[in-house]
Ligand binder design. Structure first.
Ligand code: C2O
Ligand code: CU
Ligand code: CU
Length: 453
């Protein structure tokens, strides 16, 4: 695969051209489809004005292709601004591997079928880069999942949900760094929440309408918003409820399907849902709503059940083998606090009291070891680990919640809550990041390193 990162425009608000930074100039970027166990090589060429870093979120990737925050691809071409700042904290990372213009990312994909995504990950600038459009799907398939008979083809819909704010001329409105870094009165709200927009987009389009037949559809949902959480539901619900049948989480299939009326989704989380539109009369219009929103952020998209259809898809009772890891398998238990605090004289976001530094390793799991990681949060923080997939072991001191099932790579902590994860650290040795996936929190320090040795 070859992708050119370049400036583009998109007609998001009717009649206006919004300038974007896009993979191949589009937002979202092109969807890549790969097969589990077959190495995919993606060549990125950076024709944007600034350095970039590409991370395959959810990929089990060797460290040199993982998109470490300082492994920059410097820009080439007419837009390159060579005076662009390379790192906001001004930190120099001697281990960084910097290339100019082009970089080949190698993805062995020794992992099961899952919907991954790729996005920019440059230290201190992930928020604005992703906001401008640097995000796309990378779907991994395998024979086990293909054999299940879930809805495919036109009935499989990857849906990337984002929120954006616009200026009157159609440009994206991303608050200036000064404002998000909280150096004046009235900035507390921005800085606590991260950057929120008032227009919800699905695959880059506001309030889309999708026509479906009265059959099962697989809605593969990603929250690619910088900071907004959603609680997704269908309005109206069909008689009997339980219309969102979850078959998978971030990292692939659940053991058994779980029927929900609503699903809460934090930044970077994915839900793999099967919805049977055959439960609605032909002619109905069904809205995907956001129960956490109000006004323009309360509605996401519409489905029109346009025609009857023959349905040969199934949702088997048994989807995947259970995860065998148990607490007793853990060699180590680690603790991390996620809190606001001061970085010098500025507000920032900290892990165990420290802001991100490429030079500091915060955990050293041994290759192949199982570990339990316990996180405690002051506010909402969606925690993401690179390299591994994990299972939620406990939430708030009790059992995992109804939406915690399945293999995951990102989990949302609620204010004051603790969550424990269990994971096996295998695949590759090397340095990887873990961080809050609220992009502004991440840019303001809430990121740390683990090194598998
Ligand atoms: Cu989706 Cu470290 O990121
Ligand atoms: Cu990631
Ligand atoms: Cu956070």
């Amino acid at each position: 695969y070859e992708i050119v990162q370049r400036l583009g425009t998109s007609e998001i608000v009717p009649g206006l051209r919004t300038p974007i930074w896009g993979y191949d100039g589009t937002f979202p970027g092109p969807t890549i489809e790969s097969t589990s166990g077959r190495t995919a090589i993606v060549r990125h060429r950076n024709e944007l004005p600034v350095p970039t870093v590409v991370h395959l979120h959810g990929g089990r990737t060797p460290p040199d292709s993982d998109g470490y925050a300082t492994d920059l691809v410097l820009p080439v071409g007419p837009n390159a601004n060579t005076a662009a700042p390379h790192a906001g904290h001004g930190m120099h990372d001697p281990a960084a591997v910097i290339t100019t213009g082009v970089r080949d990312y190698t993805y062995p994909l020794r992992q099961r079928a899952a919907m991954l995504w790729y996005h920019d990950h440059r230290m201190d600038f992930t928020g604005p880069a992703v906001y401008r459009g640097l995000a796309g799907f990378h779907i991994v398939r395998d024979a086990t999942e293909d054999a299940l008979g879930l809805p495919r083809g036109e009935r499989e819909l990857p849906l990337m949900i984002t929120d954006r704010a616009f200026n009157e001329d159609g440009t994206f409105r991303y608050p200036s760094l000064d404002r998000t870094l909280g150096s004046g009165p009235g900035v507390e709200d921005d800085y606590v929440e991260g950057v929120l927009g008032d227009v919800i987009l699905v695959n880059g389009a506001p309030w889309p309408l999708h026509e479906v037949s009265a059959t099962r559809h697989r809605l593969r949902i990603l929250n690619a918003s910088n900071a907004r959480r959603y609680d997704l539901a269908l309005d109206p619900p069909p008689p009997g409820g339980g219309v969102l049948v979850q078959v998978g989480a971030d990292q692939g299939l659940l053991e058994t399907p779980v029927a929900h009326d609503d699903v809460p989704i934090a930044p970077a989380e994915r839900y793999d849902l099967v919805v049977d539109f055959g439960r609605y009369p032909v002619g109905s219009e069904v809205t995907l709503v956001n129960r956490l929103g109000s006004g323009s952020t309360a509605r996401i998209m519409r489905f029109r059940v346009a025609r009857p259809g023959a349905d040969d898809s199934v949702v088997p009772e048994r989807l995947a083998e259970p995860d065998p890891l148990e607490r007793g398998d853990a060699a180590v238990t680690r603790e991390f606090s996620l809190r606001g605090g001061l970085i010098g004289d500025r507000h920032g976001w900290l892990i165990n009291g420290e802001a991100f530094s490429p030079a500091r390793i915060d955990a050293r799991p041994r290759l192949g070891d199982v570990e339990v990681w316990r996180f405690v949060a002051d506010l909402h923080h969606p925690v993401h680990l690179h390299l591994v997939n994990f299972r939620v072991l406990s939430r708030g001191g009790g059992p995992p919640g109804p939406h915690d099932a399945g293999p995951k790579d990102t989990v949302d902590l609620r204010p004051g809550e603790s969550v424990e994860l269990i994971a096996r650290f295998d695949g590759y040795r090397g340095r990887y990041m873990f961080h809050c996936h609220n992009a502004e929190h991440e840019d303001m320090g809430m990121m740390a390193n683990f090194e598998v040795g």
